[in-house]
Design a protein around this ligand. Structure first.
Ligand code: UPG
Ligand code: F6P
Length: 694
């Protein structure tokens, strides 16, 4: 397979990246280089080409006009010239897109055959890929890295109005993104937040074409790192007490990274100054005023704040560092009981959080964007509102003054971050690309359909999953779907992690959303008729308002709240469901209320539940009632198992699932988890063969 990656911005080269030398030389470059390094390990990948723009510049000694750079035997970097030969910031690149497209077409014309996959990084490359894709009928993959609508929102939040030029630049970028999102065959997001919140602001948002594949990080570099004399030398000119704990930030000095708020918070708190130094690694520079205006303005602001708060001797802001110094910087902070902070107004994902976690530092991070996913997964930090300096102060003091909490978070992070692995990313990514390059399959028309709950039904036993996968492969006429309380992306992630085949149908968010796998075998299409059907009597805001009167209900995190689902934690009181129903009735509202695993309460439109969604899918796929199997284990499976004649409760079922008189038809498997599903389906198949009534 030949994969072509398009990435136009910043100073891209094969090694020794000058991170932060321009506003656009940052995370997308690290992401891309580490992705291709993992990608080339796969023998199925014959060739990888990175295509970028050639430019001249005065700020670096590197030759960024060199047309071809061989990075490894499989990976080549190609620089294409455009009309303007000079370095241009991403905001000005749009002018060069027509000439870049022409140069790219000429380059493509010299290839023996078109690439198997085209992958565009960031809005501008997305525009090129959409144009080339349309002209040549090439499918493409899009990764935004950062989205204009989120940036617009977070910049606009802080000010009464944005200047006209910024508005115009962002609107132009958003138009490119809209086109890329509309035309891309597949979109790769790094986090659930990106997939479910950040992309959701776009007109052409289509969840089913997005896959969440978290990036990795060269963990070993950070886990093994120790501080070096170079880091000591970097800090010595700045800090009075080199041994104090450290509050460390590493980010390009752009407005979105909000480094000024960090220095302000530090300046406001004498207590924080007493217990820790502040280290801000904000790119590299020779002369501040020779940098791009945004970088220079932000650095001037930092220097002014340091001066205003008289922080000399307490804050370090080194001028230079090499890529190799970065792991040593985290290690230097760890050796001093440090904490890593990312106070960005919005962080689409946040590679620095992975790096800091691997290096053993607890995190304080913005509550806007990808960090919430990372911290939820790793349990190694706290989220803060980046506009509240008192929250930064409070959380930093708490971590510095509570060594047990520090230890626990540092240990959690080191362990959990192992899940962010480029090799795994590459395997998943290649599998998707390989499927996309195969001819499309005819639409699904199974003769029978098995719908399974995921958690503790399909999952729970790795041996069971292996047995299930083998067994399912030998059932050519049996369709397979899942019905889960998880969101669509959360469901796909757990299935991928567990090695379960991609289902043909995904009923997610407790039956309030339905997706069908499309003919390319990779992407999904949402059933909008189902959404419209359950929407008609649903008054989400009013229901949420009414339930806010019930103190025993605590809302679950923002990602669990969906257009047609409100989710809460509860104390598990068995009378709660009835009380919620009564309260809603009193308020003139109606909803389906579902309690599971005692703690969880989901409130849905009246027409939505797993059972009603399964019946809808059965009719839509024209499956005979006796050829539909459903398997589950807990409270939110109850109405599905109750209504499907061939239902299976796995042996590890809970929530008194089979207590009701209307559950007598349910087959109770002797085996737990996925083995129980196989046992149940075989039971019904056998019974059918013998002519019994199911
Ligand atoms: O002075 C600096 C500043 C940054 N870095 C490195 O540059 C990378 C920065 O990546 P990240 O923290 O992810 O931020 P961005 O540069 O803003 O990257 C964009 O692209 C990334 C990859 O998709 C996403 O994780 C980000 O959220 C998105 O803003 C990290 O490896 C840093 O260690 C340096 O080496 N030196
Ligand atoms: O917030 P913004 O301006 O979209 O910035 C994202 C920037 O981050 C990067 O990943 C930096 O490498 C670039 O894609 C882009 O220049």
């Amino acid at each position: 397979m030949h994969i072509v990656h398009l990435a136009l911005q910043g100073c891209l080269r094969g090694s020794d990246i000058e991170y932060g030398i321009t506003a656009d030389t940052g995370g997308h470059i690290r992401y891309l280089l580490e992705l291709v390094e993992a990608s080339e390990q796969d023998p199925a990948i014959e060739r990888i080409t990175l295509v970028t723009r050639a430019f001249k510049c005065e700020f670096s000694k590197v030759d960024y006009t060199c047309p071809v750079e061989v990075i490894s035997p499989k990976i080549t970097l190609v620089r294409l010239p455009t009309d303007n030969p000079d370095y241009l910031a991403k905001e000005a690149l749009w002018q060069e897109l027509p000439s870049f497209i022409t140069a790219f077409e000429q380059w493509l014309a010299h290839l023996p055959r078109l690439p198997d996959a085209l992958h565009a990084h960031y809005a501008d490359a997305g525009e090129v890929a959409a144009e080339i894709g349309a002209r040549h009928g090439i499918a493409f993959v899009f990764t935004a890295h950062s989205l204009g609508r989120c940036k617009l929102k977070c910049l606009a939040d802080g000010q009464s109005s944005l200047d006209a030029e910024t508005q115009q630049t962002l609107q132009r970028r958003i138009a490119f993104e809209e086109r890329a999102i509309r035309d891309a065959t597949l979109i790769i997001a790094s986090s659930r937040d990106e997939a479910e919140v950040q992309y959701a602001d776009y007109l052409h948002y289509d969840t089913g074409r997005i896959r969440v594949i978290p990036p990795g990080s060269h963990l070993e570099d950070f886990t093994r790192a120790t501080s070096t004399p170079a880091v000591d030398a970097m800090m010595r000119p700045f800090l009075q007490d080199l041994d104090k704990p450290v509050l460390l930030a590493i980010a390009r000095p752009v407005t979105r990274k909000n480094l000024a708020a960090l220095v302000t918070a530090y300046g406001q708190s004498k207590a924080l100054q007493q217990c820790a130094n502040l280290v801000v690694v904000a790119g590299v520079r020779d002369q501040i005023d020779a940098l791009e205006p945004e970088l220079a303005d932000n650095l001037h602001e930092l220097l002014t704040l340091i001066d205003d708060y008289n922080l000399y001797g307490h804050v370090a802001y080194p001028k230079h560092h090499a890529p190799d110094d970065i792991p040593a910087l985290y290690a230097w902070a760890r050796e001093r009981g440090g904490v890593f902070i990312n106070p960005a107004l919005n962080e689409p994902f946040g590679l620095t959080l992975l790096e800091a976690s691997a290096a053993g530092l607890p995190l304080i991070a913005t509550d806007s964007g990808g960090p919430s996913d990372i911290i939820e997964q790793c349990g190694n930090g706290v989220l803060i509102n980046p506009r509240h300096t008192d929250a930064i102060i409070h959380q930093a003091l708490d971590l510095f003054q509570n060594p047990e909490r520090w230890q626990r978070m540092a240990a959690n992070g080191r362990e959990a971050v192992k899940a962010y692995d480029w090799q795994r990313h590459a395997e998943y990514y290649h599998d998707l690309l390989a499927r996309l390059s195969q001819p499309e399959q005819p639409p699904l028309q199974p003769q029978a359909l098995l719908i399974c709950d995921i958690d503790n039904t399909l999952t729970g036993s790795p041996d069971g999953i292996r047995a299930f996968t083998r067994w399912y492969e030998a059932q050519p006429t049996l369709g397979f779907g899942v019905a889960t309380g998880r969101s669509f992306h959360s469901a796909l992630s757990i299935l991928e992690q567990a090695g379960i085949p991609y289902p043909q149908v995904i009923i997610s968010s407790v039956g309030s959303e339905i997706y069908y796998r499309t003919a390319n075998g990779v992407t999904y299409q949402q059933d909008t008729a189902w959404s419209a059907r359950i929407d008609c009597r649903w008054q989400k805001e009013a229901v949420a308002q009414a339930l806010s009167d019930m103190p025993e209900l605590t809302p679950q995190g923002p990602l669990e709240q969906r257009r047609h689902k409100l989710s809460y934690f509860s104390d598990g009181d068995p009378t709660l469901m009835a009380r919620i129903q009564a309260h809603l009735k009193k308020c003139g509202l109606a909803a389906t209320v579902i309690q599971s695993h005692e703690r969880y309460v989901d409130v849905l439109p009246v027409e939505a539940s797993k059972g009603q969604a399964v019946e809808y899918v059965r009719q839509r796929l024209e499956i005979d009632r006796q050829s539909l199997y459903a398997a589950g284990d807990s409270g939110n499976d109850l109405d599905m198992l109750r209504s499907v004649p061939c239902s299976i409760a796995v042996a590890n079922h809970c929530d008194g699932l089979l207590d009701g008189p209307d559950m007598a038809h349910v087959y109770t498997a002797r085996a737990c988890h996925a083995q129980g599903i196989i046992e149940g389906v075989q039971h019904f198949q056998q019974r059918r063969k013998m002519g019994g009534v199911a």
